[in-house]
Design a binder for this molecule. Structure first.
Ligand code: SAM
Length: 285
């Protein structure tokens, strides 16, 4: 495995065009729109951070790709527009991709990937996940990596881009929010910190040429456009987990919950907080 590289994302002029960012009242939107907004925010952030939609050294002649957990489908649609002669398949148990209009080479399929990936052996040139492995149950890791290895062609590429939920550094409200999120996920047998070890887990599962990159993603206005999108991502995610938050902190009404969340967002700028993100690229032997 090559040594990890770390890149700090700065708030220089390139990331400073904040006027186009739309603010949303996350308490008022339904789950589909919540997921679409989260997916679009994270898409913009990672595209800036990685300098594109992928880092795997993909040839122009790839024929079939697979995304697990495509959510809004935005990444798949952009890749399908770039690689017009490649068929993109996606598997998600809860699609919020468009129903009618999308590139002809996108195939949004619904299903639970814990029951297996229903494609033949050595079928895909490239398989990728973004912000999905971090939500995978701990005891399903090896099964899923085994399935991804099975459906990849020899020499094919696998790529993960994942967000680490820890706030670094953090104020007291963010500490509480982070703890609630980790506890909630742990009840579902998800260890969100396991993505930090994905490099060595890929090696243990037989993948080769593993390359790990880490990034510091600023949160809040001090981080320009990226930071503002990340603050909205966290506002949205906090509303998704609102029942868990309300039961743990002194916020009984929606208004008190909103105040709690905004206090956390303010701490982002007070502490110049960031989240780490990871990109792993590896190859099937
Ligand atoms: C955080 S979202 C992914 C965001 C998306 N990849 C992006 O970059 O915009 C995680 C997705 O994984 C899907 N998912 C989680 N567990 C799943 C499972 N067992 N089978 C299929 N999809 C699953 C969820 O429905 C959700 O759409």
């Amino acid at each position: 495995m090559s040594s990890p590289s770390n890149e700090r994302v700065s708030d220089d002029d390139e990331y400073d065009s904040t006027e186009d960012i739309v603010e949303v009242d996350y308490a008022k939107i339904d789950q589909d729109n919540r997921e679409i907004d989260q997916s679009f925010r994270i898409h913009e952030v990672f595209k800036c951070v990685l300098g594109g939609n992928y880092l795997a050294p993909l040839g122009r002649d790839i024929k079939r790709c697979l995304e697990l957990g495509y959510s809004s489908g935005i990444l798949m649609m952009e890749l399908a527009s770039e690689f017009k002669n490649c068929e993109f398949h996606g598997l998600d148990k809860r699609s919020s991709a468009p129903n009618d209009i999308y590139p002809h080479n996108c195939h949004f399929e619904k299903g639970d990937f814990y029951t297996g990936i229903k494609f033949p052996d050595e079928y895909f040139d490239y398989v990728y996940l973004r912000c999905t492995m971090v939500l995978i149950q701990e005891d399903k890791y090896n099964f899923l990596l085994g399935e991804l290895n099975r459906v990849l062609k020899k020499g094919g590429w696998i790529e993960f881009t994942e967000l680490d939920f820890e706030f670094r550094p953090k104020g007291p409200t963010c500490k509480s929010l982070e703890g609630i999120l980790y506890d909630t996920l742990r009840k579902d047998n998800t260890n969100a910190q396991k993505v930090r070890q994905l490099g060595s887990i890929l090696t243990e599962n037989g993948f080769i040429n593993v390359k790990e990159r880490t990034y510091d993603i600023p949160l809040g206005e001090h981080g320009g456009e990226i930071g503002i999108n990340m603050a909205s991502f966290w506002r949205n995610l906090a509303q998704t987990y609102k029942d868990n938050i309300i039961s743990k902190v002194d916020a009984k009404s929606q208004q008190e919950l909103d105040e709690f969340i905004e206090k956390g967002i303010k701490e982002f700028d007070e502490h110049h907080s960031f989240n780490k993100a990871y990109n792993f690229v590896a190859q099937k032997a």
